[in-house]
Design a protein around this ligand. Structure first.
Ligand code: ZN
Length: 259
């Protein structure tokens, strides 16, 4: 039976009622999501349900059993079968979206073509290490693409929005020890240095909060509502239930702006 007002026949009926959200623009936006771990799983779910339909997921890792406490698209058998995280997240997105909306790239982001950045509209950083973050920050900035990066430790985390060509970037806000870690990889000897960062405490509820904020910022930008966005950094403290917006100034000596 056809009802006279079939509000429930449209997957995005409720989304279309939100005045700042442009569902049509969202469906056409090309998202580059780097990292398919805990944040990537949550962000991928949010992208799919928000209506993003052109997503590239980049991650070179395979599933480990320790990922299973935070990743809705991974199963125990995926760890045993050494499945690629990027492929599972892309499959998960496609399942939720009801069609082919995501594709996987199972290479290190440092080796992925810079076309990936130029060919995207926005970049989402779901990474767990400084090296990859620094790389994605630089590539996005040079390609002139909005970059939204998330990071967390235990119950705290932060989301940073990087807007080229004038905004502060991730490296502008890095302290000296971050910069040192980043520089280890690209030392002037030309020899790549392997640096092992310690594993961080991580759990799903903090991951969910941060991934939700990240995808919401991307949705605002895509909907033409930059006026509603973070100016650049949001700090989240799940222990105190506090959020605070911080201002990171553009560092005139930051190398990212001089290349
Ligand atoms: Zn910078």
């Amino acid at each position: 039976m056809i009802r006279p007002f079939d509000f429930d026949g449209d997957r995005f009926d409720r989304s279309r009622r939100i005045d700042w959200l442009d569902v049509n623009a969202i469906s056409q936006t090309k998202v580059l999501m780097v990292g398919a771990g805990a944040l990537g799983n949550e962000a991928g779910k949010n992208l799919a349900l928000s209506g993003f339909r052109n997503i590239t997921v980049v991650d070179m890792d395979t599933v480990a059993v320790s990922n299973l406490s935070r990743c809705l698209f991974f199963r125990e058998s995926d760890a045993a079968d050494e499945r690629f995280k990027a492929e599972l997240v892309a499959d998960g997105i496609n399942g939720l979206a009801g069609g082919r909306s995501a594709r996987a790239v199972t290479a290190p982001i440092e080796e992925a073509a810079s076309d990936l950045f130029r060919g995207s509209d926005v970049v989402l950083g779901c990474l767990d290490n400084v090296l990859a973050r620094t790389h994605v920050n630089g590539q996005s900035y040079r390609a002139g693409k909005l970059y939204v990066d998330g990071g967390m430790e235990g119950l705290t985390g932060r989301v940073m929005v990087v807007r080229p060509p004038d905004g502060a970037c991730l490296q502008c806000g890095m302290n000296k020890s971050h910069a040192k870690v980043a520089s280890l990889r690209f030392s002037c000897t030309g020899v790549e240095t392997v640096f092992h960062e310690p594993r961080l405490a991580a759990e799903i509820t903090t991951t969910s909060v941060l991934a939700a904020i990240m995808v919401r910022e991307i949705a605002k930008h895509t909907s033409g509502r930059d006026d509603l966005m973070l100016s650049n950094m949001l700090y989240y403290d799940g222990k105190q239930n506090r959020m605070e917006e911080l201002e990171i100034s553009r560092n005139p000596d930051c190398l990212v702006h001089h290349n």
